[in-house]
Design a protein around this ligand. Sequence first.
Ligand code: ZN
Length: 125
Amino acid sequence: MAQVKSCQQCGTGIVGRSDKRFCSDQCRYQSNNTAKRQNQEEKRIQQVNTALRKNRSILRQLSPKGKTTIPRQYLELAGFDFRYLTQFYRTHRGNTYHLCYDYGYLLLPEEKVLIVNWQPYMEAT
Ligand SMILES: [Zn+2]
């Protein structure tokens, strides 16, 4: 009994060699492009996740007890990347906390930062 195979891209039945996965060059090309794009997307997600985790661990290291004022430069020296955040929290007084998971910071005058722990009220809308 002949094995019925179908194209992985479009589902059309494949005639010919049993090791063929696609019905045409066009389908093979399309499938490769999709895979490539998915890889690039995954790679980007992983890069951002890594940056966020690194930022979080720097905040944690520099503020083991959760509330510390330090020069902003300490974060920079530790390799903190200010572009990556998970959340903003704006206080009633108009201050904006920049959060990385369960840690955050507030920029203070004179190039300083206040590092804080995330609090449940920061989730309230
Ligand atoms: Zn096909």
